[in-house]
Design a protein around this ligand. Structure first.
Ligand code: LLP
Length: 431
């Protein structure tokens, strides 16, 4: 038995707080939502997303810029709609994301298309609707895009994604700007690639791009990457190819467990100082934040199904699992787990696990909680890379999603049924 931990509102993300022992998001009690909609259930705060966006908007105020939300972080239509209505463009990485972006009402000119494996079909569709920029990741892709655009009588707007070879000091799976990563064109090949692109009849060079990783909690990797990119811009322009915009990617981390990433506005103040000092102050800036806009705006509610105390480990079996929250299983990621109703008394140390038939199906290890079967818990900081990475493993339907705005909660995705899951399948004809 461990003493009751002080879960105070100060350790919770903004817009989440305990009131009379009940966990609230904005003006709504999460227990009420769990009661009404069942669990597992994702709940997002609109105010939290807009406030995260506002930090970037403040940081970049007065500059020619476009914030392109990296929609892979959470691509639910109403989330996209909220950010698009607040002025965001979108960073996409597939034809599917393009269709979602269009369905959410984006102006295609504010869409940029990243990713190492764009197919001809995806390129054609993106050109047809008139997206703002292709972030090209290899010479082979550049040539295919040139061919596809020429075939349509168009010039594709392109930016070359540079691999600046800087260490983002993050988990190896989410570090993207090192030489050994599959992303971007190596620093030393970039100028030749631009010369080549400028000579292609189906391409129009509009920018340069980099993205060095995700969950970055320090400013230095950004400052280093900026220096390297600006060095390149100088050389590329000296070679006669003008670069209208510079895209610094996404990657800014959030607080999962006392992490202390720089605030978006402070980070950008520092980056803009460097940009000014190097004489690029009037250049159009693009950024591609994902996690930092939505990560701390969402929680996943789950019900405790069984307590399974053991000799070496105590297991708390809950109704959310690795198919809903894949980050712990994939990256050993830490998410805070807190009760929706605070219960006075002693806590016990539990491993919080899901019902999926894998030992990797855990949500949190060694968590001090005072709970009983039937209690609800919230997995915090679950707004990014949870629902968008959710699967149907074990034929588990994906969770429902709610968006809270003040005192109101709107269902933005209904719970997936078993029939939804096998709708596209066919039984063999009986003999
Ligand atoms: N731009 C590009 C080209 C990217 O590849 C990514 C993320 C972003 C922007 C947005 O990065 P963010 O601001 O969200 O860090 N599933 C992992 C994260 C994978 C990130 C992939 N790329 C996780 O759950 O930690």
């Amino acid at each position: 038995m461990a003493p009751t931990p002080g879960i105070s509102s100060s350790t919770l993300p903004p817009f989440f707080a305990y009131q009379d022992g009940q966990l609230m998001v904005e003006g709504v009690s999460l227990s009420t939502l769990a009661q009404q909609h069942g669990t597992p259930l994702f709940v997002y705060s609109r105010a939290a997303m807009l406030s995260a966006l506002a930090a970037y908007q403040r940081g970049l105020a007065g500059r020619d810029h476009q914030i392109c939300y990296a929609m892979k972080a959470n691509s639910t239509l109403a989330i996209l709609q909220t950010l698009v209505q607040a002025g965001c463009g979108l960073d996409i990485v597939s034809g599917g994301e393009l269709e979602r972006a269009l369905a959410a009402g984006i102006d295609p000119a504010k869409v940029i298309f990243s990713g190492v494996g764009k197919t001809r079909r995806e390129m054609r569709r993106a050109l047809e609707v008139g997206i703002g920029c292709f972030n090209v990741e290899s010479r082979a892709e550049l040539d295919v895009l040139d061919e596809v655009a020429q075939g349509m009588g168009l010039r594709a707007p392109v930016s070359v994604r540079v691999n600046p070879n800087v260490d983002a000091k993050t988990h190896p799976y989410i570090s993207t700007g090192l030489k050994d990563n599959k992303f971007g064109i190596a620093h030393e090949d970039v100028v030749a690639t631009y010369r080549h692109a400028a000579a292609c009849g189906g391409l129009r060079v509009v920018g340069i791009d980099c993205h060095i990783g995700s969950q970055i909690t320090e400013a230095d990797p950004y400052l280093d990457a900026m220096d390297r990119i600006l060095d390149l811009v100088e050389t590329i322009e000296a070679a006669g190819v003008p670069i209208a915009h510079i895209d610094f990617g996404g990657g800014l981390g959030i607080d999962y467990r006392g992490d202390t990433p720089p605030a978006a506005d402070t980070l950008w103040q520092r980056l803009l100082q460097k940009l000014d000092a190097r004489g690029f102050g009037d250049r159009k800036i693009l950024i591609e934040p994902g996690r930092s806009l939505v990560g701390n705006a969402g929680v996943c509610l789950t019900e405790v199904i069984y307590l399974k105390p053991g000799e070496h480990k105590n297991f708390l079996i809950v109704d959310a699992a690795m198919n809903d929250l894949p980050r712990p299983a994939m990256y050993q990621a830490f998410h805070q787990i807190v009760p929706l109703s605070q219960r006075p008394g002693e806590t016990t140390t539990w491993d919080v696990v899901g019902p999926v038939c894998e030992s990797g199906d855990w949500l949190g290890r060694d968590r001090a909680l005072n709970v009983q079967a039937g209690d609800w818990l919230a997995v915090l900081s679950a707004g990014a890379y949870c629902m968008s990475m959710a699967s149907n493993y074990n034929t588990r339907g994906r969770a429902a999603e709610l968006l809270v705005d003040g005192d109101a909660a709107t269902l933005i995705r209904a719970r997936e049924t078993a029939e939804d899951q096998f709708r596209l399948e066919t039984l063999l004809p009986t003999l």
